[in-house]
Design a protein. Structure first.
Length: 125
């Protein structure tokens, strides 16, 4: 298995465990202790992600199977394009992770809810 393939597996497994299964213990298993977060609404480090997962649970976000449309890797970067149910809406996410020593070390993202009124009939996923 190439390093890129291993990184894809790590990122997808981490995403499922943390955000699909809403399992806070996955944060310690899959994230580096000095995790860098580029989403400005979430604090750096594993504690920031744990706080996010706790918030999702408190808002009634269900456990769900992560569905990836694209999983792309180059060198130490993995891009996940996924769908997610949150706040009664279907969302699309693009998460970018930098992998270091088999751990998620850095994160960027973009997200959007499925609009109520669509401007076209092209699928978002």
């Amino acid at each position: 298995m190439t390093q890129a393939e291993a990184n894809k597996q790590t990122a997808a497994a981490a995403y499922q465990r943390i955000f699909g299964d809403l399992d806070i213990t996955g944060v310690d298993e899959y994230m580096s202790k000095d995790f860098i977060q580029h989403n400005p609404t979430i604090a750096d480090g594993p504690e920031g992600v744990k706080a996010l997962v706790r918030m999702l649970i408190s808002q009634g976000v269900p456990k769900q199977k992560s569905v990836f449309k694209h999983v792309v890797a180059e060198d130490d970067i993995v891009i996940l394009h996924s769908r997610y149910e949150m706040a009664g809406k279907e969302w699309r996410f693009i998460d970018i992770y930098r992998i270091e020593n088999e751990k998620l070390a850095e994160h960027w993202d973009a997200m959007m809810p499925m609009p109520d009124v669509r401007g076209n009939n092209n699928p978002m996923f």
